[in-house]
Design a binder for this molecule. Structure first.
Ligand code: ZN
Length: 187
């Protein structure tokens, strides 16, 4: 990653941005494309990274911090200073594998809730990076999953909307003091 948006991977006592939780309507609004990747976008990226590291997350989408923009930050190795975080602006999935897989997901907007979600195993995505340059990336494994999870946030979808086991979902939400009425199931 260019030093333009590099931040220290550490927990701040007062992270710059507030993460909104399930039930908050900002999470349900579709995000808008970013027309120009300028210094204000790069400052937002820095603040999102600092907020994500402070919350022990591996991904954060702008709508989670009440910013209505198509911007995602990801770092699957948040403890490894040498691993560069990934910034995706206006991401678009151009292909997805027919093969699906199940894995447990969590979300900084739904703390405490961890449930299995079925998603395509591998994807190919196009996006702009923090310098506004077009990029194309093939991903599988955990990275493919995180990208899909974060991209869902850009259309107002949360991972709990994709959980098929309604019984376990209701139980987990209740246990963590979330309302099951805040879930909007997708097919
Ligand atoms: Zn999430």
């Amino acid at each position: 990653m260019s030093s333009a948006v590099a931040v220290a991977k550490k927990k701040l006592k007062n992270p710059p941005l507030e993460i909104h939780h399930l039930g908050d309507r900002v999470l349900r609004q579709p995000a808008k494309r970013i027309a120009k990747v300028d210094d204000s976008v790069r400052q937002l990226i820095r603040e999102m990274l600092q907020t994500m590291y402070s919350a022990d997350g591996i991904g954060l989408a702008a709508p989670q911090v009440a910013v209505n923009k198509q911007l995602i930050v990801i770092d699957c190795e948040p403890k490894d200073e040498s691993n560069e975080p990934l910034v995706l602006i206006n991401p678009k999935i151009i292909s997805a594998s027919k093969a699906l897989c199940d894995a447990e997901e969590g979300c900084l907007s739904i703390p405490g809730v961890y449930l299995d979600v079925t998603r395509p195993k591998a994807i190919e995505v196009t996006f702009k990076d923090e310098n506004g340059r077009p990029q194309k990336l093939k991903a599988d494994g955990i990275l493919a999953r995180v990208i899909q999870h974060e991209m869902d946030h850009l259309t107002g979808v949360l991972f709990v909307d994709r959980v098929k086991n309604n019984l376990v979902l209701a139980e987990e939400l209740k246990k963590n003091h979330f309302s099951v009425n805040a879930v909007k199931p997708v097919n």
